[in-house]
Design a protein. Sequence first.
Length: 427
Amino acid sequence: MRRVPGAIAIAVFVLAMAAAGCKPPAPPVAPSLVSVYPSPGSSITALDRVGLEFNLPVKACRLVALLRGTLPPPRVSGQSLGWATGATYPVGRWQMAVSGEVVFESGQSLDVREAWGFNLNPASTAGEVMGGIPSPTTVQAGQEAAFAVTTASWNTMREAPSDDATAVWEGPAGILLELGEVSGDYVRVSAPAKDAIPSFAGGNGPYPLPDVAGYIRSIDLWTVFAPWAPGVVETAVYVPDASPRLVFAVEGSVETTTQFVISTPPSERSVNLAVAYTLLTEAYLTVHHVPAPGSTELQDARPEDVDFLLEQSQAEFDSQLRVLSSLEWPAGLEQFRARILDLGNMYRDAGLAMLRMMDPALAGDARAVVARVIQKGGLAVPGSDAQVYEWGEAAGSALTIMVEQLRRDLRESMKPDLDLWEPNIGE
């Protein structure tokens, strides 16, 4: 038989091509959420955006998002969805929750239920102290070392505990010193060691610290009371030709500093109240918030989305409130502890009720909850034709009134020992 290798080769090629043409097309790639920004558990120093990244180009979406407050629809860009924050946010822990549907260029869609947390850290590790020079060391709860602040207009440190001993240093009021043993009418003192990572910065040096240890009269020193709350840092501020100050901050949020002028050597109660004031200020910035959904957010919300946001918001509020309620407060501050926790609970109740108002089936009972908060703040309840965002703004205003009243009461209770110091922007 005569061989025809060329014909066989052509036949094999044709059959192969035909087989390839009959192969079914590859199935489309299933859409998925690839990543979120900021990433879960991450720490950042600037919050300029929040976003979702998918594996396919996005065409449109119907999403409801919550970041302290409800967010408008995100911007679509390729495979990303993002919200530009465009504002300065307080440092601390943040929680993002997103619920809804995303539609892709391929015609496919994906239900999204995503929640994650991240930390916004200060851009600097040291809080700026205006109008004075903070001590290079801080006083914290449970610290073994004891400290004191010079209180006389001009203080003399001597080499021995005697009025006749040689002076080894002289300095003004407001200098933080580490305490040693007591010797008669004198106390041995020395310059405290600097913090490895300072919590406070500011002022123009030099800071008038002694180079050696020596003795200062006990009546010219105020023994510093350490903060009762873990995580609160405190130090003294030297102010040239003026009364010294105490400055407080919460670690991890040191951009927010609270300063008090020392009018007279403060009692332990006054310092304890100053710590409570600092905690209230921190909570107000990082925990207390009431969503005020606008028409866009209401339009996009579905009952299942509201349920998801409620679940996430409830967990976040409860987590923050547990931290506040777990603190062991000093005796005598029970009423202030109760008022701070009560405010926290009202913020939670109002915030959750505002989310419920996004679901018509839950709106009636939710309005009753918000109305009670608004009335407690002394404001008028919005009318029957008011928009949902107006309820949220009214609730936020009422709670702010109550916070400010509590702040005033705390400040009054510190007097005459401590007065809140606020910078004069015009100077």
